[in-house]
Every structure is written in C-alpha cells, then in structure tokens.
Design a protein around this ligand. Structure first.
Ligand code: PLP
Length: 378
C-alpha cells in the first residue's frame, strides 16, 4: 500500500481539474494576447477564471495577478513594495518560507532596505508586542508574515497583524499558500495589501498561482518582457494552468466545511494513534491542537537509534511524509523553521504528516502501523 501524507508539499491534481484543463490544451491553444478569434477564446478563459477566483475571495477581479506560483508571488509582493511603493524597511520572521526570507535578504543586500525580524512567542505565535515596537520605529515599511506555517501548523492572526500595520501606515503581505482553499477569505474586509496563492497545494496544477494586490497600489513587474497581466507579470499566460487553478478553487470552496471536518477527523485519528503507540510523543508547534492548521501535524518522536533514517524507512514502507518543507525533505540539516522557533531537538526525529481530503481512515491506520514498525526495529 502507498499512503501519501505530504500534502503540504504538494497535492494530487483533482480529476475534475484535469478534465477542465485537457480541452484547454487541446483546443484553446491561442495566445491570449492575439486579436484573432483563437486568441480571444483563450483570453475569455483567463478572464472567466480571474472572475471566478475573485468571487470566491470577495475581491475585485482586477486585484488578481496570475503568476507561476507561490514563490514568484512572494517575490513580486516584496520586490514591488520596495521598487514601486517606496518601502525602505521589511519586517518579517525567520520562520517564513524561504521565498520570503531570502527575497527580503536579497533586497537588503541589493537595495539597502532595513530588515527587521520579529520575535515569536514560545508557542510559535508572532510576538505582537515586538511587532508593535518594530512598527513604531517608522519609515515606509512592508510587513510579510505568513498565515499558517507550512511545517509546524502555527496559524497567525492576520486580521490583528493587518490592523496593526494599517495603524502604522505599513503595507501587509501574507503568504496564504497553506491556507488558501482550506479556510475562507473575505478580501474586501481583511486588512491585507498582498496575498499569495499557489494552486498545487489544493489539488490544482503546479506552476500557477497568483498575487492579490489591493486596489490602488500601483506596481510594475519584476521581470522584463511582455505586458501581460497589466504589465505586472510579463510572459504568455499559462491558460490551461489558470483554468485548472480556478477549477481547483471552485471545488475546494464548494464543500469547504465537508473537507475541513474530514481532514480534521483524520488528523485526530493520527494524533490518537501516535499517543497510544508512543509514551513520549510530542507535537512541534502544538500542531496536534485543533486550532492549528488542520492539514499539518509535525511530530517529534522519542529518541531512537533509527531517528535519522525514519523518513527513508517510512518511504520504504510506502508512506510519503516529510522532514520539513518540501525543499528540505531528506536533508540532514533539519528545518530552518524548527530552529527559528526553537522546536529543534537533535536527539528526536521530527516528521511532518500533512493530509488532504483524498486521504482515508485506512491511510492513517496503515501509516500508524508503518511508523510503529520503523520505530520498533533497532
Ligand atoms: N510559501 C509557502 C508557505 C509554501 O509552503 C510554499 C511551497 O512549499 C511556497 C510558498 C512556494 O510555492 P510554489 O511551490 O508555488 O512556488
């Protein structure tokens, strides 16, 4: 049996999404910028997709800029805030995805922006008092803090952070790659200026996402070339991927509560099974608690001679999970997030299990048995 519990890294493409994409590849191959009927057909598909996405998030379609995914959207938000919107300071956190933290460091080197890293409380929450004091320093600032951490499932209160930013005249970007289509968003009322989305985290295709940019913020592109996406993202649009993203989002929001309760039950089953099997099991970031990102469980196993091999041995058992984020899977260095949040313990193996609506109770039973076999062996 093969069990896929690495849905925070990526998800299987939904059959309905494939069904929506194939005719686009077969028939709607026109360049959306062409003025003839073949091109216009592709343009219509893109604009329909944009409207559908905007409706589900309650924002104006003109706020949605399609990109190649989350990494590009994160880059676009920070780079345009500095280049076009006069930001001279970035406030972010060491626990952010590398698409944010490395972009911020790069802007510090190349543009001389000030970079401040906000502290986290012991539970992984952003220290709002520290954020407040950093914002009080003044200077045109963009704050970039993710909604949910992709490794340890800590959820930040983006409403409170956004309000704090507004009160200080700062821009606010939040990476919602792990929460988009897993929670609902009302972008009309949520105090955010930029939001990042990536389709492959919710059963959409890889290589497509978008950046929401609040109306009124005038930004230009980060790559030179064509004037697609209103000159914010040059390059011929990936029509089939954009259609796939919109379809995946439509499916996710058509039964959000159903998906949430299904996945929450699987996570609870996993937590219960692990607690029954191991005396000293711990959950990094208190990711077992139900107010955390419900798709992710980060488990710290008791010290064991096979700790360093656990990921590999589970893979041999047919269970796909992760040792951190996708980019650090299998790496021995450990996770920058666990280190930043002080959850890292070199004696214990930390594994991330992440669930989707396609997982079943039988998957969890199988994974629990496989985990016990791995940790029973000496
Ligand atoms: N941000 C977060 C929180 C992520 O988990 C990921 C993917 O792992 C990304 C950004 C990057 O998204 P993409 O793979 O679409 O570039």
């Amino acid at each position: 049996m093969n069990v896929y519990l690495d849905n925070a890294a990526t998800t299987a493409v939904a059959p309905e999404v494939i069904e929506a994409m194939v005719p686009v590849l077969q028939e709607s191959f026109g360049n959306p910028s062409s003025s003839h009927a073949v091109g216009r057909k592709s343009r219509v598909l893109i604009e329909q997709s944009r409207r559908s996405v905007a409706k589900l998030l309650n924002c104006h379609p003109s706020c949605i800029y399609f990109t190649s995914g989350g990494t590009e959207a994160d880059n676009l938000a920070l780079r345009s805030a500095v280049r076009d919107l006069g930001c001279t300071r970035i406030i972010t956190s060491e626990a952010e995805h590398s698409a944010v933290i490395k972009t911020a460091q790069s802007l510090q080197r190349s543009n001389g922006v000030d970079l401040d890293l906000v502290d986290h409380l012991e539970n992984g929450q952003v220290d709002l008092n520290h954020l407040q004091s950093l914002l009080a320093k003044g200077g045109k600032t963009i704050v970039s803090l993710m909604h949910a951490n992709n490794e340890v499932a800590v959820l930040q209160d983006i409403e409170a952070i956004g309000k704090m930013c507004q009160n200080h005249g700062a821009l606010f970007h939040t990476d919602t790659v792990q929460t988009m289509c897993h929670y609902s968003f009302d972008l009309e009322s949520l105090p955010v200026d930029f939001i990042t989305c990536s389709a492959h985290k919710f059963h959409g295709p890889k290589g497509v996402g978008f950046l929401f940019i609040r109306k009124g913020l005038q930004v230009s592109g980060q790559i030179e070339g064509g004037s697609q996406e209103r000159a914010v993202r040059g390059g011929t649009e990936s029509t089939h991927n954009i259609v796939g993203l919109a379809k995946a989002m439509e499916l996710a929001y058509a039964d959000l509560e159903g998906h949430q309760s299904h996945v929450r039950a699987l996570k609870a089953q996993m937590v219960e099974g692990l607690r029954a099997a191991f005396e000293d099991i711990r959950f990094n970031g208190a990711s077992d608690e139900m107010d955390k990102l419900y798709t992710v469980l980060n488990v710290s196993f008791p010290p064991h001679p096979k700790s360093g091999m656990a990921l590999f041995l589970l893979d041999l058992e047919g269970v796909a999970c992760s040792g951190g984020s996708a980019c650090s899977s299998g790496a021995t260095l450990g996770s920058h997030v666990l280190r930043a949040l002080k959850f890292h313990d070199p004696k214990r193996a930390s594994l991330r299990f992440s669930f989707s609506r396609y997982n079943t109770q039988a998957d969890i039973d199988y994974a629990l048995n496989a985990i016990q076999r791995v940790f029973a062996s000496k």
